[in-house]
Design a protein around this ligand. Structure first.
Ligand SMILES: CC(C)(COP(=O)(O)OP(=O)(O)OC[C@H]1O[C@@H](n2cnc3c(N)ncnc32)[C@H](O)[C@@H]1OP(=O)(O)O)[C@@H](O)C(=O)NCCC(=O)NCCS
Length: 172
């Protein structure tokens, strides 16, 4: 199995994988929208002898403090592994490869909205700990799922801020 950047020939395989891994088509649509909006900063696939068995996409994320200071980082979504290949380390390999590459580019932090039991193993912590929230969750009902990880030697901002995702995420 090989982790490599996705290319156009992979799109139908990624679409099928996302529809198999998630209960609905929203994540598959999200990926198509992010590509169309040129928001697909890094898209990786796990290629098992020509079959796409896993994928992860990273796209730009912006945060803004109450005083108007803007911060730019990256968001990780979606990440998915085809059901019959789950729990074999493929998701971890995709995430680690992606974060390592983005760190090498100098990206300061990565945000994820996801399972609070899965992402801490990669160094993610609740973004609420640094006073960050997300504009899609004004009452903080999903605060435990909203996590951030500093990349490389970057310190996380010590200013509260509100994170905005690209409008493509509105349908997810
Ligand atoms: C979440 C997902 C990407 C993980 O990929 P994977 O290749 O199965 O994961 P890995 O083999 O790298 O890691 C396995 C570990 O993740 C844990 N894990 C998997 N899914 C989990 C979940 N939904 N919540 C908490 N932990 C989870 C497993 O329990 C296992 O833990 P262990 O190492 O302590 O035994 C994959 O299960 C998946 O595609 N799920 C459906 C789509 C999805 O929910 N994507 C994430 C959206 S936030």
């Amino acid at each position: 199995m090989q982790i490599r950047p996705a290319d156009e020939d992979d799109h139908s395989g990624i679409d099928a994988l996302l529809k198999a891994a998630f209960p609905g088509p929203e994540e598959a649509r999200l990926v198509v929208s992010l590509r169309a909006a040129d928001q697909d900063t890094l898209e990786l696939v796990a290629d098992d002898h020509g079959r796409i068995v896993g994928t992860v996409l990273f796209s730009p994320v912006q945060a803004k403090s109450p005083a108007g200071t803007e911060f730019y980082g990256i968001g990780m979504a979606p990440v998915a592994v085809i059901p019959e290949h789950q729990n074999r380390g493929i998701g971890s390999a995709l995430i680690e490869h992606g974060l390592t590459f983005l760190t090498s580019l100098g990206v300061p932090w990565c945000i994820v909205l996801g399972h609070p039991d899965y992402y801490p193993r990669f160094g993610f912590q609740p973004a609420g700990l640094i006073g960050w929230s997300w504009d899609g969750d004004p009452d903080g009902a999903h605060a435990d799922a909203f996590m951030i990880k500093p990349l490389g030697g970057h310190a996380l901002p010590d200013t509260p801020a509100i994170v905005s995702f690209h409008p493509a995420f509105d349908g997810v």
